[in-house]
Design a binder for this molecule. Structure first.
Ligand code: PRP
Length: 203
């Protein structure tokens, strides 16, 4: 905790972009909008693993509408800071979505490739309709224009972590959205290089 500002600051975090309280306030607003949309239907919330678990968990508890949930895992990043562009399904849905009202719950829309891929895949399964709620959307000129019905925050094109978002699998448990300290990227790269140079242990 940085006591001079009263703001929490963790190692590897260059600065706090969105405070935890602001995240929760915005989620309550999004939940109210979704309750208004789903007054007569029971939506199936589809959380996109792994980053969206925190958002999904808080969003569904802030909603009053009757709803069901499912999860899908896709991968596009690995440990890299920029998107590779390749998307693949790691875990498919348990539920059949034909005729259902689907709400995709994403933590972040960056290049837009993951969301576009998900929309294409799910649309082919003939749901009644698909809506998208994303907590964060990066403002970047080269992002593809993709459907995002509700967006929590439009953010600058920086590497963000926390509240479910990771860098190399870490920082997901931070309660706020932070900007990754660039020196952390160099540190991780050098650690990875050291590990890959280390000969395997002998029995
Ligand atoms: C992140 C994030 C989105 C996607 C957005 O997932 O959760 O699903 O990237 O990026 P895009 O718009 O450039 O496609 P990631 O593949 O890093 O997996 P994770 O959720 O397990 O961290």
């Amino acid at each position: 905790m940085d006591t001079s500002t009263g703001k929490r600051k963790d190692r590897g975090v260059e600065r706090v972009l969105i405070e935890a309280d602001a995240v929760q306030t915005r989620i309550r607003e999004l939940a109210a909008e979704l309750d208004a949309i789903y007054q007569t239907e029971t939506p199936l919330l589809i959380g996109v693993l792994t980053g969206a678990v925190t958002f999904m968990s808080d969003l569904m508890r802030a909603m009053d509408a009757e709803l069901k949930i499912d999860f899908m895992a896709v991968s596009s990043y690995g440990d890299e800071v920029t998107s590779s562009g390749a998307v693949r399904i790691l875990k498919d849905l348990n539920e059949n979505i034909e005729g259902r009202h689907v709400l995709i719950v994403e933590d972040i829309v960056d290049s837009g490739l993951t969301l576009q891929y998900l929309l294409d895949v799910l649309q082919r399964r003939n749901p009644a309709d698909i809506k998208v709620v994303a907590l964060l959307r990066k403002l970047k000129p080269d992002a593809i224009a993709v459907q995002a019905d509700l967006v929590g925050f439009d953010i600058p094109d920086e590497f963000v972590i926390g509240y479910g978002l990771d860098y190399a699998g870490r920082y997901r448990n931070l309660p706020y959205i932070g900007v990754l300290d660039p020196s952390e990227i160099e540190l991780t790269k050098s650690k990875t290089a050291i590990l890959s140079d280390t000969p395997p242990l002998q029995d």
